[in-house]
Design a binder for this molecule. Structure first.
Ligand code: URA
Length: 434
């Protein structure tokens, strides 16, 4: 079928046969279809969506557009992973992977960098001197043999179709399509042959999905793709109406994540880590959620999870002494506070604006491929529902550049609503879908 005919079918809401979708994706990867036709297809999908069969065919074609890792040495082990759709202060993977690995399952985690206002696990890990995330299949297997888990980036040859489509989506206003997001995430996750996957679908002002309906639809779409591809998938829909935990940045988020493995964590962060970890472990070991939770708690209290983190850092070329000596991490020395302009309740956050303030400071990127500054960032000192008095600190801002700091302070002040009325508190975990 000619590309123009396939675009026309999608434009008119007709179902495209699986073989035609595969041929189209292959042609895009081999540059036989120009970008303008690939972009027109994406826009047609944005408006028309995809039928379940089309979506599985599209995801499968993306998955097989490049190398897949068979991770032969892990045969016989249950391979489980977690994926977050992205949030502000979301350092969950950093704590979750060593906790779950300490209980037995192996975790080949393929992670991403910051996207838009959201932070990225790889950027946070690269705060550790020497830590490497660009690993070959052999290195991934080696790191898992040493530490039970690995956190690596998508290599050049893994799912090249996603790189092409993602770059086109970014500049054609087609990123927010549920089908395109689901296929993008699932093709990358399936490329390491997972047996199980737990999704953290974020919803709220700091998430890509702003409403519960859209978050549920994204969760169910990814569950059905996983099921069709032979992978168990569960999805937790969790709130991103305010940043998770306290720290937003890179090195400061890493410190908060390590602190949880030492038994000290903000309650909201601990709740999300334990919820996702329980689902992962229960799925991998086929045990009850109560038993899974107990095992995870023991992994922390015994120090095994912290030891697993040390082993992982060493296995990925980093300096494991950072676990005990945070002065080995770059943390900006200059700090100012943003204070409350009035008395009242913390009523809401424009959570995306908090993430953007972090990016302005240098913790995220303004242009693709730019380096991030691991040392800068901010602390969010209050949760929705807290009472504050005029002059109380609301945010600590760690900065290097005065001008950027002033801009970030202005944005942070704008991002927080302080009200006379006590806000209604929403559940942090909104739903668990299987
Ligand atoms: N993360 C991805 O990997 N892909 C998307 O499309 C959105 C978030």
């Amino acid at each position: 079928m000619r590309a123009v005919d396939l675009i026309e079918m999608k434009r008119d809401g007709k179902e495209i046969p699986a073989a035609e979708i595969k041929a189209f994706v292959d042609a895009v990867v081999h540059k036989e279809v120009p970008d303008y036709q690939a972009a027109a297809f994406l826009m047609a999908v944005y408006f028309r969506g995809m039928e379940p069969g089309e979506l599985v065919a599209y995801t499968d074609a993306m998955l097989h557009s490049g190398d897949t890792f068979s991770l032969k040495s892990l045969r016989g082990h249950y391979k489980v992973d977690k994926h977050s759709t992205g949030g502000v202060g979301d350092k969950v993977s950093l704590t979750l992977a060593p906790m779950v690995a300490a209980c037995g399952p192996v975790i080949p985690m393929i992670s991403g960098r910051g996207l838009g206002h959201t932070g990225g696990t790889l950027d946070k890990l690269e705060s550790i001197p020497g830590y490497r995330v660009g690993l070959s299949e052999e290195e991934i297997e080696g790191a898992i043999a040493k530490a039970g888990y690995v956190i690596a980036g998508q290599t050049g040859s893994l799912v090249p179709a996603d790189k092409i489509f993602y770059a086109l989506r970014d500049v054609t206003a087609t990123v927010p399509s549920i089908e395109l997001i689901a296929a993008s995430i699932m093709s990358k996750k399936m490329s390491v042959g997972l047996d199980g996957l737990v999704l953290d679908v974020k919803v709220g002002s700091g998430a890509f999905m702003k409403t519960q309906d859209r978050a549920q639809k994204l969760a169910d779409t990814m569950i059905s793709i996983g099921r069709a591809m032979g992978c168990d998938v569960r999805a937790c829909i969790t709130s991103m109406d305010q940043p998770l935990g306290v720290a937003v940045g890179n090195a400061n988020e890493l410190i908060e994540a390590i602190e949880m493995l030492k038994g000290r964590a903000p309650a909201d962060y601990a709740h999300i880590v334990m919820t996702l970890g329980t689902e992962m472990l229960a799925m991998a070991k086929k045990i009850s959620n109560d038993d899974a939770r107990e095992e995870l708690e023991r992994a922390i209290s015994s120090g095994r999870a912290l030891e697993q983190l040390r082993k992982n850092i060493e296995a990925q070329g980093g300096d494991p002494r950072v676990v005990d000596d945070y002065s080995l991490l770059a943390v900006a020395r200059d700090c100012v506070q943003v204070v409350a302009p009035r008395d009242g309740y913390v009523a809401s956050y424009l959570c995306e604006t908090v993430g953007k303030a972090g990016c302005i400071l240098g913790a995220g990127r303004e242009v693709a491929g730019a380096p991030v500054d691991h040392s800068v960032g901010l602390d969010v000192l209050h949760k929705i529902g807290d009472v504050v008095k005029k002059g109380d600190p609301l945010f600590n801002v760690y900065y290097k550049d005065e001008k950027k700091c002033e801009e970030a302070q202005r944005m942070l002040l704008e991002s927080i609503e302080i009200s006379d009325n006590k806000p209604v508190l929403n559940d942090l975990v909104r739903d668990i879908r299987r």
